[in-house]
Write a protein that binds this ligand. Structure first.
Ligand SMILES: Cc1ncc(COP(=O)(O)O)c(C=O)c1O
Length: 396
């Protein structure tokens, strides 16, 4: 057989997703890798045990199953190494613990995923790390917020719930001039639509719970580092003893095979719904970076290769004391959409976004913000359900 690795290096995204990770010839030709359940690994003799001179030494340090997934993620991210952790939230907190110490300061984007903020305001604070939140649109202006003890700049683009874009390259360049580590929660785009390490980010974070899983049944996070930061990340992971289960790792590798085609469909249906909502009288604004009307659209167009399946819209409402009632009327009239957290799965979901945690990016004033995760159902049915929601909101 000819060299598959060099063929894949020049192949398209879906071809690579179908073949990266494990090598079937390692396991008798079976297409998928085995699910290795492991704590203990045996050594052939005392000398090998003493020097740990074999590929696998203990379950927390990797197995053929977790390695297959890590190799696939490295391939997608262009990273020197990837760790697996049990949730997307752990994929944020583990690198923070790896690169921050008492007395340090961190800059966190204000449109951050709320549990990340909670971790910073509680546990990081207790460990002696101070935090400031910055405007996602700050770009190179972040320089004015950097202090002598600033060690980490955390980015997330688009931002959670309100989808603000960030100039990741400009922020990374400034942060590096001041010796800071740059982390990015890239869950929305996946490495198919944005590759953080190519834009100067040191640590790329992914809640694989979303698109790589795709079926709302697995929790897992990946953290991928460039060469300069890999050893420190890996060391922290081993020290903390945080690792992912073989069954979940296997399922995420399985999900990656179809992630590209699922994302194409999410993208197409979501844009269809977003554009349609934008035309409606009862919608004040649609918060989706791929729409030319969105303030961060030019950044999205410059840096991103696509858009995924989650966005928000602002439901036009005359008075703030009716925001909640209108939002609930919309949600309660939905039949197809589930009311639930998370996203990236096959099914459509909706929720009323709470933005009271924001310090810099204030909530829209024209009405409640409703977040939609557009699933793989037929667009006509998705529209019909949203129409029912909008009609209920209008009639109240
Ligand atoms: C942007 C973002 N990052 C991280 C996470 C956390 O992922 P998990 O639910 O696996 O902890 C989420 C979950 O909603 C998210 O939206």
């Amino acid at each position: 057989m000819n060299d598959k690795k060099s063929f894949l290096a020049g192949a398209g995204a879906n071809t690579r997703l179908a073949h990266i990770g494990n090598d079937p010839s390692d396991y008798h030709g079976f297409v998928n890798p085995p699910v290795v359940h492991a704590s203990t690994v045996l050594f052939p003799n005392a000398r090998t045990m003493e020097t740990r001179a074999q590929k696998y030494t203990y379950g927390t340090r990797g197995t053929p199953t977790t390695d297959a997934l890590c190799e696939a993620i490295d391939e997608l991210e262009g990273s020197a190494g990837t760790i697996l952790v049990p949730s997307g939230l752990a994929a944020v907190t583990v690198p923070f613990l790896a690169f921050l110490a008492a007395g340090d300061h961190a800059l966190i984007v204000d449109s951050v995923y709320f549990p990340t903020r909670h971790f910073c305001d509680t546990m990081l604070k207790r460990l002696g790390v101070s935090v400031d939140y910055y405007d996602p649109m700050i770009g190179a202006g972040i320089e004015s917020l950097i202090k002598p003890n600033t060690k980490l700049v955390h980015t997330e683009a688009p931002g959670s719930n309100t989808f603000e874009m960030q100039d990741i390259s400009a922020i990374s360049a400034v942060a590096h001039r001041h010796g800071c580590v740059v982390t990015m929660d890239n869950t929305w785009a996946t490495p198919l639509y944005f590759k953080p390490l190519d834009h100067g980010v040191d640590i790329s974070i992914h809640a694989s719970t979303k698109y790589p899983s795709g079926h709302s049944d697995i929790l897992l996070g990946t953290v991928s580092a460039n060469a300069a930061h890999w050893e420190q990340l890996k060391e922290a992971n081993i020290t903390l003893g945080i690792c992912a289960s073989p069954d979940d790792s296997y399922q995420i590798l399985r999900g990656l095979r179809t992630m590209g085609v699922r994302l194409d469909r999410h993208q197409e249906s979501t844009l269809n719904i977003a554009r349609w909502l934008e035309e409606r009288e009862d919608v004040a604004r649609v918060l989706h970076p791929a729409l030319p009307s969105f303030p961060g659209h030019e950044l999205w167009k410059r840096d991103f290769a696509g858009s995924s399946g989650i966005f928000s819209f602002v439901l036009k409402t005359d008075s703030p004391d009716r925001f909640k009632a209108k939002a609930h009327a919309f949600l309660d009239a939905l039949s197809l959409f589930g009311l639930g957290y998370s996203w990236g799965g096959f099914e459509s979901l909706a929720l009323h976004v709470g933005l009271s945690d924001r310090k810099v990016c204030k909530a829209p004033s024209e009405g409640p913000v409703l977040r939609l995760q557009i699933g793989l159902e037929d667009v006509a049915d998705i529209r019909k359900d949203i129409e029912a929601g909008l009609a209920a909101a209008k009639s109240m």
